[in-house]
Design a protein around this ligand. Sequence first.
Ligand SMILES: [Zn+2]
Length: 307
Amino acid sequence: MKKISELNPFVYVLAFVLGLSATSITAQTPAPDHPTVTVHGRTYTPRSILERNMGTTDDQTTQFPPHRIIGNLYYVGTRTLSSFLIVTPQGNILIDTTYERNVPTIQKSVEQLGFKFSDIKIVLGSHAHGDHQEGDALVKQLTGAQVMAMSEDVPALKMIKPGGKEHPIDKMLHDRESVMLGGTTLVAHLTPGHTRGCTTWTMKMQDGGKTYDVVINCSLRPPTMLTPAIVDEFNRSFKIVRSLPCDIPLGDHPAQYNMEMKHSRLGNGRPNPFVDGANCRVEADIQEAMFHAIQAEQQKGNNPGDH
Ligand SMILES: [Zn+2]
């Protein structure tokens, strides 16, 4: 069962028409299992990518061992929904609160790393889907943090209202705007397509006397029906993400950067497995191939929907 926010626009619109909440409905229709693309020796369909991203309902809510990625950047999310913590002397930044029901799990992860949840001063997000930003209101309530969001995603964020709570927006961000706290600077890159305000975050991290470029990709997963406006957005976004300097690729779902495998290789003086510049473009390669395959299917007049 997938959350409505991860499903195709037809189902979303249908649910909306029926007056159902975008964050409380699960739909029966899975993503389509066509077209098929093979990228770097692996084969994908829209359904397999969605399953790779989301895992099971349990995966979405089960704590993944919290860990330091590099410098002052930590992972505090679940098995399949990323949440990142940036720790600074002037307080901390949280990127993606995920589902509201995951907030206690994120809090536990922050505390297990030795930090205070109440030190979160800024909440940022990857994109306006419930599995990434439904918890914003609760985290703000618990910490008093400022919620900042890419302006193009604000209308969709305003529709995410768990338990009727208004989605807090304390500051609207614009393409390439910086967010600074305690000596760390994050840059918000507008990379739309998956949502109108999908935000790829970049930052420089110091570690062991070196500086690394970190890229937290926003989902590049195309919807099953591409409109001309969405096509334009993706064409622009693929160019942008391919142009970003990158030593450490991360993403809003851990499978996008092989977190589990990399985490298993952490420690004991071995090179940091998250430093993986060679694989910085893999997710863009997969999603761009899928994007073109969906476009081709649509142009041939095949029904691109869930049939
Ligand atoms: Zn999404």
